[in-house]
Write a protein that binds this ligand. Structure first.
Ligand SMILES: [Zn+2]
Length: 370
């Protein structure tokens, strides 16, 4: 039975450790499985740039009919601890044995894609062309996706199987995300003997943190001061302090406004104590947003109904490879993949959800043939 094969593939995948930048063994497994199924598998040349021990995996299953080209994508790395994962099934739920993550994030996606390709190749039904992109280093800044060559992404629609929650969830909006690293420069002096000569970078950083926008700013925007460190000893007025943080918004203009306010708060805090601050901003990824009547959305919602799953439109404050694929020109829907409590040792998923995710991705391909 192909459901049993799918479950076995998932178990095999979670047992192969693949911390970020060490995805080669999982890539090898997926490449062999896809090749056996009849797909043409290659790797891109991104490893030198990403620092991973493998490139991104690219595969193609030619169509037997005209229609939309569907690109299926998932990431091969997992967060740690991921050495020695042992999946345990209890009442239809898959957990880890307890001291590691399960790695359903995102091996549920990888297993589903491998099985979809097998089923399509085995079926006599007409199908449109399918592309597969399995990325490295998603968990540390979407690094693998950022290194993809747009020429390897030519498709009419992409599905990224990498959101949490029940299958049927479709991410229709995701934010623009900026991060910053700010270095406050003060002046060191002896805190007990001549504090008036000092200018405390730690106090500048604290004032900046206290006056910057933070938390949930409106229903589409958030900001956060993530880390703050500085100073050297209790008796030294701190010369340097480093603050890192971020802001996000589903609305691209609003996020620029939040960024400007954060920048000004840091500059004012530094200037108020006769110091200065250097702020380096990085745009991690760009927002995307689907119109209510977007045909790709209707395609996936139709596929949900085909397999008896109720579609749900979801707005998220998180990013994924989907933001990067969008920015590279492919309309991309990120799908809920059944993974739960991700990024901790409590991570788990239902066997039924793995099956549903796989049927859903297959149904999208089937609907894409003319
Ligand atoms: Zn993920």
């Amino acid at each position: 039975m192909s459901d049993e094969r799918l479950l076995q593939t998932f178990f095999d995948l979670v047992r192969i450790p693949s911390p970020t930048f060490k995805e080669a063994a999982v890539a090898r497994y997926a490449a062999d499985a896809l090749t056996d199924a009849g797909a043409r598998v290659t790797f891109d040349k991104s490893a030198a740039r990403t620092g991973s021990d493998t490139g991104n995996l690219l595969a193609e299953l030619p169509g037997t009919a005209a229609g939309r080209t569907v690109l299926l994508s998932a990431h091969m790395d997992t967060v740690e601890p991921c050495e020695g994962v042992e999946p345990v099934v209890v009442d239809g739920e898959i957990h880890s044995a307890g001291d590691t993550v399960l790695g359903a994030d995102d091996k549920a996606g990888v297993a589903a894609i491998v099985e979809v390709v097998r089923r399509l190749a085995e079926s006599n039904e007409p199908r449109s062309p399918v592309r597969v992109v399995l990325t490295v280093a998603e968990e540390k800044g979407l690094v693998g996706a950022k290194a993809l060559d747009p020429a390897d992404l030519e498709a009419d629609v992409a599905l990224v199987l990498d959101a949490d929650g029940d299958p049927g969830g479709i991410v229709v909006a995701s934010p623009t995300h900026y991060t910053f690293s700010a270095t406050f420069h003060g002046r060191a002096s002896h805190a007990g003997v001549e504090p008036e000569k000092g200018r405390s970078a730690v106090v500048m950083a604290a004032r900046a943190g206290a006056t910057m926008p933070s938390g949930r700013l409106d229903d589409e925007s958030t900001a956060n001061v993530g880390t703050i460190e500085g100073g050297t000893a209790t008796n030294v007025v701190a010369q340097t302090a480093i603050v890192t943080g971020e802001c996000r918004s589903l609305d691209t203009e609003r996020v620029e406004g939040v960024r400007d306010r954060m920048q000004r708060a840091m500059e004012d805090a530094a200037a108020g104590l006769e110091g200065r601050v250097d702020v380096v901003w990085t745009k991690e990824y760009e927002a995307f947003h689907f119109a209510d009547d977007d045909p790709m959305l209707e395609l996936v919602e139709g596929a949900c109904r085909d397999i008896g799953v109720e579609p749900r439109r979801v707005k998220t404050g998180g990013g994924s490879d989907g933001n990067i694929l969008h920015a590279k020109g492919v309309p991309t829907l990120v799908l809920s993949s059944g993974m739960r409590s991700v990024h901790g040792v409590d991570e788990w998923m239902r066997i039924e959800d793995l099956f549903a995710l796989t049927r859903l991705a297959g149904a999208v391909v089937r609907r894409s043939a003319d």
